[in-house]
Design a protein around this ligand. Structure first.
Ligand SMILES: Nc1nc2c(c(=O)[nH]1)N[C@H]1C(S)=C(S)[C@@H](COP(=O)(O)OP(=O)(O)OC[C@H]3O[C@@H](n4cnc5c(=O)[nH]c(N)nc54)[C@H](O)[C@@H]3O)O[C@H]1N2
Ligand SMILES: Nc1nc2c(c(=O)[nH]1)N[C@H]1C(S)=C(S)[C@@H](COP(=O)(O)OP(=O)(O)OC[C@H]3O[C@@H](n4cnc5c(=O)[nH]c(N)nc54)[C@H](O)[C@@H]3O)O[C@H]1N2
Ligand code: SF4
Ligand SMILES: [Mo]
Length: 724
């Protein structure tokens, strides 16, 4: 037996920090995961391993008895929890056979896929779907990070990448983003603050950046567009904008000025609950301390008014001259040497007739095929490649797809493949997702565990983790870097593709071969890329490259007023709309549901719905927690630690009360991601998915989704709470 100890370079995929790590093994056994301090990229991917509970629990995770090792086929009724072990060949043959039949009966658009936040091989999933003929990929990118990418690409021709440096004088953190999302950016922010940089946080709760901020704007959830427009109004009316950049490089300034004038601070204060003086102070601080870097998180993306809020928030760095400057918000462009994920997707192979069938794309056009079609040629003109991938910019509309499964309208969606996602817990409106998954003719799930979603499947396939497979991490091909490691959702899509007549388009027999192809311009093989380049390559950058090329937009300028939004039939400028449910928009509901509900709120050691079965991690955070102000709890007779019902018009769930003075007494906050792997997996329990999962209470009614993108509102809803 080989008892040699080895340490292999890898990129940890358990969160978006994507630390460079060393995976230590002996005789094929995993010993531990440690930080890779010798990597060529320790600054950029500053490893967290020492302080990271998830990485420290790697061995426990890896050898957990519940991990799936073999394909399973349902033998009882759906959800009954009865499975038989089958071979890979049998599972793949049967799934491919059923897909062939369903395609013949209903057309290829009858197949949809779900994917979660990027940790798997999305480019191969897209490739398979485009060759199969379906435009109905749905995914969390629709409400996570995709919206900011698409808004930026429409306005600037590429997504911004805020890089805090010692030059940075001001950091704006809007609705999260740092510190939990990007620990390296947070560390850089704290460093810059030591040198005098100021921090502004926009958050309804005093957590994360808000705790350290020089100015904390504690807004009413869902009112971000009004707040940003108020700040723009101050910056324009006080002449604090970058006049040279605006006159030379911005399109639509006069229209913006007119629109912003509709947001006097008294009105904005009224809407947002933030005092006018504080808004003015923040606007002045942000506009005058340069360079400034600006981040945003899910606080602004999970709203019914999300795209408008992002539009307004991205106007701020544009009119203050903070785009593509050192210490500000970079437009990094792609890595030119790599075959990008977007290029692997073969989206041009899906015919216009099939793209037209993309569900929801007639109504929600921005983050679907019509919007992609308008954005793509301009971006390619300047950068040669698309920004990101189809998988972050052109989606089937998930709420419409789930409804099509249940009703057969506008056409039947009868098959679904889920890789790297857990829609029963993380998608809005769990009750509808449940009905939809139960109704399918074919549901296949690839995961490490039997999740509540997998429990409803016909086939469950075991996934290889980043510890066991090669990985390329390139930030969804938005950045100009490639980070590769040795460690197989790839195999699923390749094997199905081969069985369904796509063989010629899958010339690589393994993921490693496919990656060698993607990296061919950088090294002879994937392995060489690891050994010769240390697994990392960044293309040369630079600042203000638009001076040579113009911006990748229809006008070649920053489009403050978006010609793309206008051509798609939407308002070309941001306009505030009340959340779909709020004390103002639905006063009738307020009597029954008097509190504003916000959800999410990243917390360690968990990652969304993951890691609940890892005992050492669960011990640190055994129960779901909801926050409410002591002044709200008191009259309701709720004390710290009580189990509390949270109820919305869609349903109710329980979490334990955490009294918190950093939240407005009119607002409550609930964690997401909760299921209980220790509870029975069969119906009706499905591992306790109805107990504490806040998405039982969230909304995905298409009438409440964002008008441009179709994003569903996970935050800024109404609820009531009472002791359980
Ligand atoms: N109410 C509410 N809901 C939310 C949010 C919120 O703030 N509030 N946040 C939203 C956001 S931003 C996001 S990104 C989503 C996340 O949504 P998801 O990505 O669906 O969430 P996860 O719980 O991480 O589910 C991932 C599943 O994939 C499995 N998995 C991990 N890696 C791999 C892999 O490499 N291959 C395969 N086949 N499987 C893998 C995991 O075991 C897990 O079961 O949740 C969204 N839902
Ligand atoms: N430990 C851990 N880390 C994670 C994840 C995880 O599940 N666990 N998930 C990863 C993923 S996929 C993502 S997308 C990132 C997300 O990271 P973040 O964007 O930081 O996510 P959250 O903490 O859910 O939300 C950010 C903030 O938005 C605030 N907020 C709520 N409603 C509103 C509102 O209406 N307006 C504004 N302005 N703010 C509001 C919340 O109070 C919260 O502090 O985190 C990543 N990192
Ligand atoms: S789980 Fe920990 S080690 Fe892995 S990427 Fe995230 S912070 Fe880094
Ligand atoms: Mo996310």
């Amino acid at each position: 037996m080989d008892s040699q100890k080895t340490a292999q370079k890898s990129v940890c995929m358990w969160c978006h920090s994507h630390c460079g790590v060393l995976v230590h093994t002996q005789g094929g056994r995993l010993l531990k995961v440690t930080e890779d301090l010798q990597g060529p990229q320790p600054k950029l991917f500053a490893p967290q391993v020492k302080s990271c509970l998830r990485a420290r629990a790697a061995v426990e995770w890896f050898y957990h008895p519940d991990r799936l090792h073999f394909p399973l086929k349902r033998v009882g009724a759906k959800g009954e929890g009865k499975w038989e072990r089958v071979s890979w060949e049998q599972a793949l043959d049967e799934i491919a056979g059923k897909l062939k039949d369903l395609k013949a009966k209903y057309g290829p658009e009858t197949l949809a896929t779900t994917v979660g936040t990027g940790r798997s091989h999305y480019e191969f999933r897209s490739r398979f779907m485009h060759l199969f003929g379906s435009p109905n990929q749905i995914g969390q990118g629709h409400i996570c990070w995709g919206p900011q990418q698409v808004v930026c690409t429409a306005l600037f021709g590429w997504a911004t990448n805020p890089i805090v440096r010692s030059e940075t004088k001001c950091v704006l953190a809007w609705g999260g983003g740092i510190p939990d999302y990007m620990p390296p950016a947070w560390r850089a922010t704290l460093e810059a603050m030591k040198k005098g940089a100021k921090l502004i946080s926009v958050d309804p709760r005093r957590v994360g950046a808000a705790e350290r901020a020089d100015i904390w704007l504690q807004l009413r959830p869902g009112t971000d567009t009004a707040l940003a427009m108020g700040m723009i109004n101050v910056i324009i009316s006080e002449g604090l904008y970058d006049k040279e950049f605006v006159s030379r490089w911005c399109y639509g300034f006069d229209k913006l000025k007119e629109r912003a004038a509709q947001y006097p601070l008294e009105r904005v204060a009224d809407i947002t609950w933030v005092p006018a003086d504080k808004i003015r102070e923040a606007a002045r601080m942000y506009a005058t301390l340069k360079p400034a870097a600006s981040f945003n998180g899910m606080g602004i993306e999970h709203l019914s008014n999300s795209i408008q809020a992002l539009h307004a928030r991205f106007i701020l760095p544009a009119i203050t001259g903070n785009l593509d400057v050192k210490g500000g918000d970079l437009l990094s462009g792609p890595h030119p040497g790599q075959v990008s994920a977007g290029e692997m997707e073969l989206y041009e192979r899906l015919s216009p007739g099939q793209w037209k069938k993309q569900l929801g794309s007639d109504r929600f056009r921005l983050m679907a095929w019509p919007g992609f079609n308008m954005i793509e040629p301009n971006v390619k003109r300047v950068w040669g490649k698309i920004c990101g991938t189809i998988n972050t910019s052109s989606f089937g509309h998930a709420p419409t797809v789930y409804r099509a499964m249940v009703t057969g309208k506008p056409y039947p969606v009868r098959a679904l493949i889920t890789t790297a996602s857990n829609p029963m817990v993380t998608q809005g409106n769990t009750k509808l997702v449940y009905q939809a998954l139960k109704s399918l003719d074919l549901y296949a799930v690839m995961d490490f565990w039997l999740t509540p979603s997998a429990q409803l499947a016909d086939y469950v396939l075991p996934a290889a983790s980043w510890l066991e497979r090669p990985t390329i991490w390139d930030a969804w091909s938005v950045g100009r870097f490639v980070h590769a490691c040795e460690a197989a959702d790839f195999d699923l899509y390749r094997e199905l593709g081969v069985r369904l007549g796509q063989g010629d388009e899958w010339p690589w027999k393994s993921l490693e071969e496919a990656y060698s192809y993607r990296l061919a311009a950088l090294a002879p093989t994937f392995k060489d890329f690891i050994t010769e380049k240390g697994g990392y390559d960044a293309a040369p950058g630079g600042y203000r490259r638009y001076e040579q090329t113009g911006f990748g937009t229809p006008t070649g300028k920053v489009e403050l007023s978006s010609t793309i939004f206008e051509k798609l039939g939407y308002d070309s400028l941001p306009q505030y709309e009340e959340p779909c449910e709020s004390p103002v928009s639905t006063p009738g509901l307020t009597a029954d549901y008097p509190l504003v509900l916000t959800t999410g709120g990243r917390h360690n050691p968990f990652y969304h719905s993951e890691h609940r079965q890892i005992t050492s991690l669960r011990k640190r955070h055994p129960y779901p927690l909801m926050q409410l102000h002591p002044d709200t709890a008191g009259p309701l007779g709720i004390v710290e630690g009580d189990w509390v019902w949270i109820e919305t018009p869609r349903g109710r769930i329980k979490q334990r009360a955490k009294l918190f003075k950093g939240i407005d007494p009119r607002v409550v906050h609930a964690q997401h991601g909760w299921w209980f792997p220790e509870m029975p997996g069969a119906e009706p329990g499905l591992h306790g998915v109805w107990e504490s999962n806040i998405n039982v209470c969230t909304d995905d009614d298409p009438d409440h989704c964002n008008k441009l993108s179709g994003g569903w509102p996970l935050r800024a809803l109404l609820c009531k709470v009472y002791k359980a």
